[in-house]
Every structure is written in structure tokens, then in C-alpha cells.
Design a protein. Structure first.
Length: 390
């Protein structure tokens, strides 16, 4: 009995001495940069929250991609900074999450055999996921195209139902061809229905990443939908009005003369400063050519069309313009050719489908507005171009 008491006293004395020794030692300063497990934990939290935020918002909630990108980057930075702050601010404690992270850390070390390999691997994984997987980088256009294939976006109800389930690029091109045929026949549709289809397709194009061929085909259809919607609005009251717009329609400008047997080519005489000024009411021009004639090189280049609105309700379809200046904004252009023209653009709404620029000069704004579109047009001269700017 006495020996048991002595043993207890000895253990108590040893514990007290150990506690005194620990108290006498200076506390170990925590260092995030040298604590491999802490960094591993911060990486896992950053990857999980950032990747999860991007997937949920971009794919599940279908929010605008550009906004999700910015928000996900902020989530990434905030998460990592918060993990570093908590590391220094609160005392170390063992909980369920820390135990799981510790087991993962040990397991990865056993698999790789070296701590340095794990650190480099996890760091690289974090960088790759954050930079390319939110929203899921290269996979997103493919996923979006598949989702589009199963929807009715871009299809006119009762007219294009047979195209449901077809490949998106083919669908958009086929709808555009059908609309082009309808426009040539001057057959109006329901303006409200066409407008609804146009708006739903425009919203999808603005908020989703699409493969290049799908995006170009979608922009082509947007231009034709705008043309068709304008034609339909004009003919809503009386469809016979559309057939009174002949291919030789003249805007009534005295400085323009007709030429050719069918009177479809118009020559602007030297004193002309513009061919037509239009807007804000919808109007549809089609089937003629306008060229300049002997204007003074020291004077400003004569304008083709001047817009008095900031929308795309004025449409030019199947028109050729030669040797004139044109601000392409605030118009809809389908099947139009500009040859030897001075092209300007200042960021206004514009629709272009199957438009060609041949030997044209592109004049940039002093403030750089619209430069991206002008650069695109100048590098694709001679090719059919499709563009949509809201």
C-alpha cells in the first residue's frame, strides 16, 4: 500500500516537473509558410469553394459567365486569405475536418513518398482548377452546345419544329436560310413571335460561351431575325405594302440618278453628301446598288446611310455599296457588300449577317470605342461576316 502511494507521488511530481519545464520554454511561433498541413488545408478549402461556386452559379443557376468569373476569383482570394487568418488568429484544435485533412496529407505522402512532391502537386492542382475550371474552361462551350441542342432556342414555333434536337450550328444556319427565303418572298410573320425568338437567342448568346462555329451561326440568325421582325412589323397592318417595295425603290433624293435597264443601280452625283437618312421608324431596303460618282477628294467622303436612332430597326438586305462612307452602327445589314468604302463604328447596336467588306478602309474612333469589331472586320475582308452587338 505504501509503495502504491509513493508511486502516485512520484508520477504526480514528474507531471508537475514536466509542466513546469513546458511553461519555462518559450511558446513555438506558428508559421504558415513552413506548416505543410496548414497549407494543404488552405489549398483544399480554396479549391472546393471556388470550384463549387463556379459550377453552381454558371451551370446550375445559368448566371452570366463573365460575372461568375469575377465572383469566383474573389471567392478564391477571400477563402485563401481567411484560412491564413484563422491559422494565426485561433488556437490549434483537433476537430473532424482537421483529422480528415491530416489523414489525406499522410496518405498523399505515402503514395508519393516525398513531402515536396505533395506540396508541388497540390499547389499546381489549385492553380489549374482556379484558372481554367471556373467556369469549367474548355469544357463549358461543349456542355453549353449540348444543352442548346436539347432546347428550342432560335426556333420559330410552328415553322422550325423539325429542327429540334439538331446540331446547333446547323440549326442556326438552316433557320437563317429559311428566313432569307421568306424575306425574298415578302411573307411577313408574327412580329411578337419573331421578336420573342430573337430576344431569347440574344440573351443566350450574351450569357453563354459557345464554340466558334455555333457563335457565328447564332449571330447570323440574329441578323436575319432582326430583318424578318422589321419586315413583319411593316407588313402587320397590310401585307400588300411589302410587295409595293420594289427592287428599284428610291429614297427620293434628288442627287441620285438611276442607271441600268432595271433601274436598280443608283449613282450619287458629285454634290451629294448622303444617300439616305433613316429612323427611328422601321424600314426595309432591298435589292439595289449605290455607288459614288466623282466626288471631290478634298471634301468628306459622301455617306451612304445616316441613322437618326440608336436601334437596329432600319434594315438593308441584298444591297451593294461602293466608294462611300458608312457608320455601320444602328442598322441591320444582311447579304450586304461594301466595296472600297470608308467604314466607321462607334459602339452602337448593330446586326450583321453574311456581310462582306472588300478593299475597305476602317476608321477608328479617337477614344477606341468599337475598335474590337473594326479590327475583326478588317482582318476578315472578303469573307462573309456575322456580328451582333446589343
Amino acid at each position: 500500500m505504501r509503495s502504491i502511494k509513493q508511486s502516485r507521488k512520484q508520477r504526480a511530481a514528474a507531471a508537475k516537473a514536466s509542466a513546469t519545464l513546458r511553461a519555462a520554454q518559450p511558446p513555438v511561433k506558428k508559421d504558415f509558410l513552413t506548416d505543410s498541413e496548414a497549407r494543404f488545408s488552405a489549398y483544399l478549402w480554396t479549391i472546393s469553394l471556388t470550384f463549387g461556386y463556379g459550377v453552381v452559379n454558371d451551370l446550375a443557376l445559368d448566371r452570366p459567365t463573365s460575372r461568375v468569373n469575377i465572383e469566383a476569383f474573389v471567392v478564391c482570394i477571400v477563402t485563401f486569405v481567411a484560412r491564413v487568418f484563422f491559422y494565426y488568429a485561433r488556437p490549434a484544435r483537433t476537430n473532424f475536418t482537421l483529422r480528415i485533412i491530416k489523414h489525406l496529407w499522410v496518405a498523399m505522402q505515402q503514395v508519393s513518398g516525398r513531402k515536396a512532391t505533395v506540396i508541388v502537386g497540390v499547389s499546381a492542382l489549385t492553380f489549374v482548377l482556379v484558372m481554367s475550371a471556373v467556369p469549367i474552361g474548355g469544357l463549358e462551350p461543349t456542355i453549353t452546345a449540348r444543352r442548346l441542342e436539347k432546347s428550342d432556342i432560335g426556333l420559330i414555333p410552328g415553322v422550325d419544329s423539325d429542327l429540334l434536337g439538331t446540331e446547333p450550328a446547323y440549326r442556326f444556319r438552316e433557320v437563317s436560310a429559311r428566313i432569307e427565303k421568306t424575306i425574298k418572298e415578302r411573307t411577313p410573320g408574327d412580329p411578337a413571335t419573331v421578336s420573342k425568338v430573337r430576344d431569347s437567342l440574344a440573351k443566350f448568346v450574351e450569357n453563354a460561351r459557345l464554340p466558334k462555329n455555333v457563335s457565328e451561326a447564332a449571330n447570323l440568325e440574329l441578323a436575319y431575325l432582326q430583318s424578318y421582325q422589321t419586315l413583319s412589323r411593316i407588313g402587320a397592318a397590310d401585307p400588300r405594302i411589302l410587295h409595293q417595295i420594289s427592287s428599284g425603290f428610291t429614297p427620293g433624293i434628288p442627287v441620285v440618278i438611276g442607271a441600268g435597264i432595271d433601274k436598280t443601280t443608283f449613282i450619287m452625283v458629285p454634290r451629294a453628301t448622303e444617300f439616305t437618312e433613316q429612323g427611328p421608324s422601321p424600314i426595309f431596303f432591298s435589292g439595289f446598288t449605290v455607288i459614288s460618282f466623282g466626288h471631290d477628294p478634298a471634301s468628306p467622303v459622301p455617306q451612304f446611310a445616316i441613322s437618326k436612332a440608336n436601334d437596329t430597326q432600319v434594315v438593308f438586305d441584298n444591297v451593294k455599296v461602293g466608294g462611300l462612307a458608312q457608320d455601320i452602327g444602328s442598322f441591320t445589314w444582311t447579304n450586304v457588300t461594301f466595296e472600297g468604302c470608308l467604314i466607321r463604328y462607334h459602339g452602337q447596336p448593330v446586326r450583321m449577317g453574311n456581310v462582306r467588306f472588300i478593299n475597305c478602309t476602317f476608321e477608328r474612333s479617337l477614344d477606341g470605342t468599337g475598335q474590337q469589331l473594326l479590327d475583326y472586320l478588317s482582318t476578315h475582308q472578303g469573307e462573309p461576316v456575322n456580328a451582333y452587338v446589343r
